[in-house]
Design a protein around this ligand. Sequence first.
Ligand code: FES
Length: 171
Amino acid sequence: MIRSIFQRQIRGIHYYPFASTSQSLINCKSFVAAPFFKSLHTSPILSHGHLHTPKPGEELHITFITKDGNQYTYEVAEGDNILDIAQAHNLDMEGACGGSCACSTCHVIVDPEFYDEIPEPSDDENDMLDLAFGLTETSRLGCQVKMSKELDGIRVALPAMTRNLQNKDFN
Ligand code: FES
């Protein structure tokens, strides 16, 4: 079924291989609007991954430290989770289970200064964390950590396969 839908879409494109630009655009629109390809569209960064636009004066800040040591700081809204924030900004966080606490690919290492401000992990999160590569004492799953006023300014590191982050990595 899916295969035949896909083939129909491909055939649809091939019917107009040399169409004018406007015809191509019309054809592309119907291609993108088809159910099979519904997710192919563009939207502003803050529309991705259920991110909210922070109200003026209520912006919270989060800094990601990537595997190569670069730091990126973003203004975010209360309630947004770390996985959604990272993915909305194209950072390298897979989130294989889509944030349902069923994998460990959103593993982050939290700055110890902020770790105790985060609500305790659930049993499910602890179970998944046990599977995370390079687990540390301040590891959490990004999809389970929501931004709050207490976490304003939080820094999280994306774990590298060969690096075990320590407190000094946050200095
Ligand atoms: S995305 Fe799978 S546990 Fe967070």
